[in-house]
Design a protein around this ligand. Structure first.
Ligand code: FAD
Length: 557
């Protein structure tokens, strides 16, 4: 296996070396780095912006683990399998739920401070789909920020971990055996390591987070552009379950031209009795589901989108005026402040909301040790598909997945190192040069890709809507090729590299979603509204063809 395609970029102007290079500094990446150190390996963490810039710090609700009295991993397993709608890998889920509680305890030992009751026990709350109180949280609704704070503090004090911020990783490098041997990256800085360089390593770990930025409305931060999935595809790795994107029903709608990350209006606001109303002030969830506004996330997101289409509106409203000022101030101070910062006062006006992409259940396919199909390339956290989430993620299982499978990767690397199976690698320069350069779309393509995806492959999908999206994406790719042929290529820089990654991931996502002719988990087809176990209780595996186009193949049943 070798890297077949690479992003168009200048040749590396500098080189560095380490034992394990980790891409990304969220819960997954930092946990790998801290744990490989225990095996005596050096680690380098490369991250696109500052250390805490990923999704991890935005996580509100908490981290799920069977820590409470009467709860068991088996019950957590049952709830996870139900959410996954027949596509979870049961062994992966069993690993998650049995190793999860101790992984959380180790996170606490690293320094994360979780909310505790007067008796000193960790406070546990409940979320949709969980039959037990098993969500540990920190700072009320600031769990991710606390986890990030603790992990960042730990890596900063370890001299064996080198941290490179403001560095965009481009592509994988391999040796003559096709084993991962390092990567290319672009450092946005000054000094010795400015511009494109190469890092040599014994193993490479992808922990690049999600791909929410592929849609125009998302809860994910700007760095979540699916770079890890795109890199893995270009490196010849298998990717799976891309069609399963979870949409959150009630992010704040901040205007028709809003770009980037949207603030979340937590499910708890509906839990306390706020109503969803349409442009005419009518409560449209009543009669659609016995739980009305508290129906499962996907059902609420779908109903909101339908009503928006019927009324030709780009948002609906969440009405919590009846809470009164005092309740807003005491129960939801952060949300109140966020709304007011956007010029909306929930005490006197309904809050505009619209569904937005929230979580990628699919990603780079891994085995239970975090190994991908490319030797020496590992993946964990939201970029990976361990099989834990199946067709839909159970609330608060993602931070846990990042933690547990990051620890497993470190354990695998430690075992291989101890057995002498993790030698230093020499980059196969000829193979790296032979990889075909991918033409870069202009930076403006980002907004066009997002618009096409939200319209054609968002909450509600059909063959026709996805054909439109696929045609629009193909046009962007064709134009990038033409510009190269006309010797007017887009400049290689962060914006165009990200646009190329978004284009590849979007194209792969649409191809898989168009192929899955059923409705399952968070994949809703208007034209195939039923779940079809006879044909579709299986995964779609996506790889890159020699042409550079992604191809999805159903797994054998
Ligand atoms: C608003 C919000 C609320 C959430 N609430 C919860 C919750 O309550 N509970 C829960 O379990 N989950 C929650 N999630 C999901 C959860 O936060 C994420 O799935 C998880 O944090 C992902 O962790 P990660 O380490 O995989 O990636 P991230 O934390 O996203 O980190 C990815 C890292 O990769 C870096 N990176 C990306 N591309 C490159 C590149 N090319 N080169 C270099 N670096 C790169 C980024 O800069 C970043 O450092 C929430 C998500 C959001 C957005």
């Amino acid at each position: 296996m070798s890297v077949t395609h690479r992003l168009t970029a200048p040749a590396p102007g500098w080189t560095a070396a380490t034992d394990v290079v980790v891409v990304g500094s969220g819960v997954a990446g930092l946990t790998v780095a801290l744990n490989v150190r225990k095996a005596g390996l050096r680690a380098m963490v490369v991250t696109k912006a500052v250390l805490d810039e990923g999704s991890t710090r935005w996580a509100q609700g908490g981290i799920a683990a069977a820590l409470g009295e009467g709860d068991t991993p088996e019950q957590h397993l049952d709830d996870t399998l139900v959410a996954g709608a027949g596509l979870c890998d049961e062994e992966a889920v069993r690993t998650l739920v049995t190793e999860g509680p101790d992984a959380v305890r180790r996170l606490i030992a690293t320094g994360a401070l979780f909310d505790r009751g007067e008796d000193g026990e960790i406070l546990l709350t409940r979320e949709g789909g969980h039959h037990r109180r098993r969500i540990a949280h920190a700072g009320g609704d600031a769990t991710g920020a606390e986890i990030s704070r603790a992990l960042v503090a730990a890596v900063r004090t370890d001299p064996g971990i080198e941290l490179i911020e403001h560095a965009l990783v481009l592509d994988l490098l391999t040796d003559t055996e096709g084993h991962a041997a390092g990567l290319t990256l672009h450092v946005m800085g000054e000094g010795q390591r400015d511009g494109v360089g190469a890092v040599r390593a014994r193993a490479v770990v992808l922990a690049t987070g999600g791909m929410g930025q592929v849609f125009s409305a998302t809860t994910n931060p700007a760095v979540s552009t699916g770079d890890g999935v795109a890199l893995a595809l270009r490196a010849g790795a298998a990717v799976t379950d891309l069609e399963f994107v979870q949409f959150h029903p009630t992010p704040l709608w901040v205007g028709p031209d809003a770009e980037g990350q949207l603030p979340l209006i937590s499910e708890a606001v509906r839990g306390e009795g706020a109503h969803l109303v349409d442009a005419d002030g009518v409560r449209f969830m009543v009669g659609q589901h016995e739980l009305a506004e508290l129906a499962p996330r996907d059902i609420v997101a779908k109903a909101i989108t339908r009503r928006m289409q019927e009324q030709g509106a780009d948002h609906m409203f969440l009405d919590g005026r009846h809470f009164g000022a005092e309740m807003w101030e005491h129960r939801f101070p952060t949300i109140l402040a966020t709304c007011r910062a956007h010029g909306i006062d929930p005490v006197t006006a309904p809050i505009p909301i619209a569904p937005a992409a929230h979580y990628a259940s699919g990603g780079v396919r891994t085995d239970p040790r975090g190994r991908t199909s490319v030797p020496g390339l590992y993946a964990c956290g939201e970029v990976a598909c361990t099989g834990v989430h199946g067709a839909n993620r159970l609330a608060s299982n993602s931070l846990l997945e990042g933690l547990v499978f990051a620890e497993r990767i470190a354990a695998d690397l430690a075992g291989r190192h101890a057995a002498g199976e993790l030698p230093e690698r020499t980059v196969d320069v000829t193979a790296a040069r032979a990889a075909r350069p991918v033409p870069l779309p202009p930076s403006e393509a980002r907004a066009e890709i997002q618009r096409l995806m939200s319209r054609g492959a968002g909450v509600l999908r059909s063959a026709a809507s996805m054909a439109d999206a696929a045609a629009g994406l193909a046009l962007i790719a064709e134009q990038a090729h033409s510009h190269v042929a006309e010797e007017k290529p887009a400049d290689p820089r962060v914006e165009t590299w990200e646009a190329a990654n978004l284009l590849l991931v979007a194209t792969a996502l649409v191809a898989a979603a168009a192929q899955r002719e059923e409705t399952r988990g968070c994949h809703w087809r208007e034209d195939f509204p039923e779940r079809d176990d006879a044909h579709w209780r299986r995964h779609l595996i996506t790889t890159l063809a020699a042409s550079g186009d992604p191809v999805s193949t159903p797994e054998e049943q």
